[in-house]
Design a protein around this ligand. Structure first.
Ligand SMILES: *[C@@H]1O[C@H](CO)[C@@H](O)[C@H](O)[C@H]1NC(C)=O
Ligand SMILES: *[C@@H]1O[C@H](CO)[C@@H](O)[C@H](O)[C@H]1NC(C)=O
Ligand SMILES: *[C@@H]1O[C@H](CO)[C@@H](O)[C@H](O)[C@H]1NC(C)=O
Length: 561
């Protein structure tokens, strides 16, 4: 595995069909990427020549139109001979998975409605064959294959199309990193305090996310213990919450929060709650986190914590990425990224809890933004021990506004994620992003694969096309996001380094964002990436859209046999 597969075109029966599709494209389709600095002119000329050649041929029914871009322009038309007689054949992948490139109109229609696409949209399906090798994880892996083999197709949800033969899969070398379902979280006990309403609202419910890092994905606990405190929950609702979590395999205890406590104190109270839990004796780390804290790589997290001395009192976490927040609230662990306390640390907090949560402390934790739980916790530790925060910068608080792409497309392997449920923060779908790890291992999530035709798959997050080439520093975060007010221009630099300029509205980048992913019965993982033609990010400098159509890219990741 890992050998480069020569670019080969399958799926179109013969030269005439290709010419015809391009003709149709030319006649029927509005301009895509028709900027003068792109070499579409010569492609169109070639297309015109082939169109004349194809005039006498009858149109085969049921093939989607071409979008008029992709697949190296009209080159294929001028090729001839060897591939001309190729038939549509079923394709068996290397890993013995059957690859199908038909047009399942029920699925396409479902996506069209769900993602509010126009009735006619671009659809590209590509298989990706995982090749696990003894290599280190790379932030960007350059492939010699093209992402687009043929011109992009346009489907209309009111029509039906013949199946096509799939192109050869992209072959991507990845590390032999472990799969999420073998993680062992037995050393950890997690405490979360939230409301019953947030727990059940489909927009904020954390059940799916928790099932990723607290179970094997098949309904069995991975040893991690969850202690959930719910505010405003009746006895029935506590039971309901317990059942929902137990049903997906999460080892959980659900308690009712004391409604007389303010939020900051409810947060601090998690520490003694975890410390006094009967299962504490079998745990090494007591972890306080938010209901929107996500651990994408549990093996890596557990390996990291195995390096620390859990028998000493330890307070481990990360800062906000926004220096303003440190100035505002102080130098402490920002809890959304996860705060990890060794059991001896938990003991110190539990013993001092009464004093640490007194009215005077609460008043001191108010920075003008209301009392802060993170500050109560820091003060409790700093005023009652000599322990200081141990920074673990692979945890991420993600105090970011705007488009988080620059973070998720950076190729890093974060140990935690946070603030992905919108509201004032950004929107992201980490449960879907990490599905692919079930096919290619934990390292694979957010890993980048750059193809010869200037696409970058930021695995699980987006597929981006750079029509004017990739001539910027991929090791720097793209500054698509910004800090909360006040933005000094360098708030994030101490954590992320200065960010390179955003490519929004530059005509240099267009991206399809992952909105759903599924682990299929055969172990492959399907990802659905969506791009809307009116997305304000993907404009040329003159304000025209880079693409006049909506589009879906479906990637199917094939695990090794
Ligand atoms: C998969 O296919 C490629 C290209 O055809 C070949 O080089 C490689 O050896 C195959 N790998 C396996 C595991 O069969
Ligand atoms: C998980 O880790 C615990 C504690 O380190 C250990 O006792 C247990 O055997 C491990 N379980 C598995 C299935 O490896
Ligand atoms: C709480 O604080 C008071 C005043 O600082 C101190 O005298 C007392 O010993 C503390 N209580 C505990 C349990 O540490």
């Amino acid at each position: 595995m890992g050998a480069t597969i020569p670019r080969k075109r399958f799926g179109m029966r013969n030269t005439f069909a290709r010419a015809l599709i391009l003709t149709v494209a030319m006649l029927a389709v509005g301009g895509i990427f028709l900027r003068s600095d792109l070499d579409v002119g010569s492609a169109l000329l070639r297309t015109a020549a082939s169109a004349r050649e194809a005039m006498t041929v009858q149109q085969p029914m049921g093939r989607p139109e071409s979008a008029g871009w992709g697949g190296r322009g009209g080159e294929s038309v001028e090729q001839d001979g060897s591939e001309a007689e190729e038939e549509v054949l079923p394709t068996i992948s290397n890993s013995s998975h059957v690859m199908t490139c038909g047009y399942d109109m029920d699925r396409l229609k479902k996506w069209q409605e769900l993602y509010r696409l126009e009735e006619s949209f671009e659809y590209t399906k590509r298989y990706v064959q995982v090749s696990r090798q003894d290599i280190p994880r790379k932030s960007v892996t350059r492939l010699q294959q093209d992402f687009l083999v043929d011109a992009v197709k346009v489907v209309d949800v009111n029509k039906q199309y013949e199946a096509e033969t799939c192109p050869e899969p992209l072959v991507v070398p990845v590390t032999k990193s472990p799969f999420p379902n073998t993680a062992n979280a037995s050393d950890f006990m997690f405490g979360v305090s939230t409301t019953y309403k947030r727990f059940t609202d489909i927009r904020t419910s954390p059940i799916n996310e928790w099932s990723y890092w607290l179970t094997d994905g098949k309904g069995n606990s991975n040893g991690g213990k969850l202690v959930l405190l719910l505010l405003d929950a009746s006895q029935d609702e506590l039971e309901d919450a317990y059942n929902k979590l137990a049903n997906v395999g999460i080892d959980v205890d659900v308690y009712r929060s004391d409604p007389n406590m303010i939020m900051a104190v409810r947060y601090l109270a998690l520490a003694p709650k975890l410390y006094h839990h009967p299962e504490r004796s079998s745990k090494k780390w007591l972890v306080i986190c938010d209901d929107d804290t996500f651990f994408p790589s549990f093996h890596a997290l557990a390996d990291k914590f195995a390096e620390y001395d859990h028998e000493k009192p330890m307070y481990i976490g990360t800062f906000s990425e926004d220096v303003n927040n440190i100035q505002r609230h102080g130098s402490q662990a920002f809890g959304g990224a996860g705060v990890f306390l060794s059991v001896p640390m938990g003991k110190i907090i539990a013993e001092n809890y009464h004093n640490c949560s007194g009215d005077d402390k609460v008043a001191q934790s108010n920075t003008g933004w209301g009392p802060q739980g993170d500050i109560l916790l820091r003060k409790c530790i700093y005023e009652n021990s000599e322990v200081k925060l141990t920074l673990l910068n692979d945890l991420w608080q993600l105090d970011l506004f705007g488009d988080p792409a620059g973070f998720y497309e950076s190729g890093i392997k974060p140990l935690s994620l946070h603030h992905y449920r919108g509201g004032i923060w950004h929107v992201a779908h980490p449960w879907h992003y990490t599905k692919v790890a079930h096919a290619c291992g934990e390292d694979c999530t957010m890993q980048r694969f750059q193809t010869a035709d200037d696409f970058i798959i930021a695995n699980g997050y987006s597929v981006a096309f750079y029509p004017r080439g990739i001539d910027f520093d991929l090791d720097q975060f793209e500054g698509t996001f910004h800090p909360a007010p006040d933005n000094k221009g360098w708030n994030l630099d101490f954590m992320m380094g200065p960010q390179r300029a955003s490519l929004h509205k530059s005509g240099r980048k267009i991206a399809w964002d992952l909105l759903e992913a599924n682990v299929n019965d055969d172990g492959s993982v399907s990802q659905v990436y969506v791009c809307k033609h009116d997305d304000t990010r993907w404009k040329n400098p003159d304000g025209t859209p880079m693409n006049n159509r909506d589009g879906i890219i479906e990637l199917v990741w094939l695990p090794e046999a």
